[in-house]
Design a protein around this ligand. Structure first.
Ligand code: FAD
Length: 455
């Protein structure tokens, strides 16, 4: 019997997809990472997900959960066959109580949909990772995704009050719910958050929302170099300004993206800091002025729009930075290291030094307030030698992050690309506990095998 025919006795036939091609790669495809699936199943209920996992466990077949496929770590790629479980049809809003600031959605609802629903009701769901129209809440939770406004509001996990998940060998578990506090038992919810599909399949979540700030004003300031820019970032923090976002772009990133910047870039500018002031109209206006003051010293120009259209244009530009960088050579190897914020400049300089050592154009940008860099090496996707050198360069980046007291990943997770690297930053006992947790949840190792592996 073919696998598809066997699966038809487990899940409805219409949930078995014939064309696997769109489900075997993610954003690492440009780095040559592509898998192969024995089957792709798109269930539309939690019960179907549970039946599928039970069947996989009975038949020793790997199951690979997949959201929108926007991940940068190869986490959703079926590297060695198995069944891809796409969550896109689990896309219902189960409950929405705007007056109680909460929503319950299935895993396949896109981030953009949740943010839009919240906004239309005077609320906000603050996590804002890029690719919001494609990435799913389940994927955001599975990677604990961040984004610019994580600086003030925290990453996705901070907004999850409950989870429904299917865990091996096929049981539905619910932890938390529409409650704002919960300290009963070990924190299984937080274990599932960021577990990258290796412990359980998230099928639904209860999310916390907050009333939307009345106003938000971005302030962008240009500097001659990273030294002046990083000093400005530390000034914003040192002055005690609670900015909503605190972003940076280095000179090479500006070279790639400045053409579409809403106003002209000063000739000598080789660093940009972008901050966001939000709150009530009065608070946001006051904070905006305080940010302008804090960023002014040694800046070459400040752009601080107040009109909604101009504000939206500035954030649209920021969202397009990654694409503008990729467009330089058609591909890139981009990692998401984190360092203590006072080591940011060393990490920015270190990225350029590593690139130069490997003969690769390099740049970085990212979430400065969180010390989270998108350190990037530009490479053509057809340049195999360049890709190999960029992979070696990425390895040195992880060493740099650990040396500076940071982490190999602040946003994208370990997935396949950083497998085995956790041991670089954790003690052997911590790594052993990590592996034990995987074994307790998934004793047969069938759930997203090989991903997030510590050693
Ligand atoms: C242009 C662009 C900008 C980005 N900007 C940011 C950013 O600012 N911050 C940030 O953090 N990330 C960012 N990302 C990365 C990406 O968007 C996030 O990691 C996102 O959360 C992944 O969601 P997804 O639904 O696409 O998951 P996928 O890529 O499909 O999967 C990611 C991982 O989660 C697992 N998974 C997916 N759904 C489930 C589920 N329901 N249950 C269990 N496991 C699951 C998969 O197995 C895989 O390991 C960006 C990506 C792009 C393309």
């Amino acid at each position: 019997m073919t696998l598809a025919r066997e699966l038809a006795s487990v899940v409805p036939e219409e949930s078995i997809v014939e064309a696997a091609a769109p489900y075997v790669a993610d954003q690492t495809e440009g780095r040559g990472v592509k898998g192969r699936a024995d089957a792709v199943v798109l269930p539309s209920t939690t019960a179907e997900v549970a039946r599928l996992l039970t069947w996989c466990y009975d038949h020793d077949i790997p199951l690979i959960p997949r959201g929108g496929g926007t991940g940068y770590a190869g986490g959703a790629v079926p590297l060695d066959g198995g069944i891809v479980l796409g969550l896109e049809r689990l896309a219902r809003v189960r409950a929405f109580d705007p007056l109680l600031w909460r929503i319950s959605v299935e895993a396949g609802v896109t981030t953009g949909t949740v943010r839009r629903l919240a906004r239309e009701n005077g609320l906000v769901f603050p996590p804002d990772p890029g690719a919001g129209e494609q990435s799913q809440i389940g994927g955001n939770i599975a990677t604990n995704a961040g984004g610019p406004h994580a600086f003030k509001y925290g990453t996705t996990g901070a907004w999850v009050t409950g989870l429904e998940a299917v865990v091996p060998p096929g049981d539905v578990v619910t932890v938390g719910g529409p409650i704002r506090k919960d300290v009963a038992g070990y924190d299984l919810k937080s274990l599932l958050i960021g577990s990258e599909g290796t412990l359980g399949i998230i099928t639904a979540a209860w999310l916390r929302l907050v009333p939307a700030p009345e106003a938000a004003f971005p302030v962008a300031a240009f500097y001659r170099d990273a030294a002046d820019g990083c000093a400005a970032i530390e000034r914003v923090l040192g002055t005690g300004l609670l900015v909503a976002a605190l972003e940076y772009l280095d000179g090479a990133t500006l070279d790639a993206a400045a053409r579409s910047f809403p106003v002209e870039r000063p000739r000598d500018a080789a660093f940009l800091v972008l901050a966001d002031a939000d709150g009530s109209a009065v608070e946001a206006e006051r904070l905006r002025h305080e940010i302008i003051d804090a960023l002014a010293e040694r800046s070459l120009a400040v752009h601080a729009p107040t009109e909604p259209g101009a504000i939206a244009e500035l954030w649209r530009w920021r969202e397009g930075v990654s694409i503008a960088v990729t467009a330089q050579l058609g591909g890139k190897v981009s990692e998401d290291i984190v360092v203590p914020v006072d080591r940011l400049r060393e990490a920015i300089d270190g990225t350029l030094e590593i690139g130069a050592r490997h003969g690769l154009p390099a740049c970085s940008w990212g979430h400065a307030g969180d010390g989270n860099l998108h350190s990037t090496f530009l490479v053509s996707p057809v340049d195999e030698d360049g890709l190999a050198r960029a992979t070696d360069a990425a390895g040195e980046l992880f060493e740099l992050a650990v040396r500076l007291g940071g982490s190999i990943s602040g946003e994208h997770g370990v997935g396949w690309m950083k497998r085995g690297r956790l041991a670089q930053q954790w003690s052997p006992r911590a790594v052993a506990l990590h592996d034990e947790i995987k074994r307790i949840f998934d004793p047969k190792g069938l759930l997203n095998p090989g991903k997030k592996a510590a050693v």
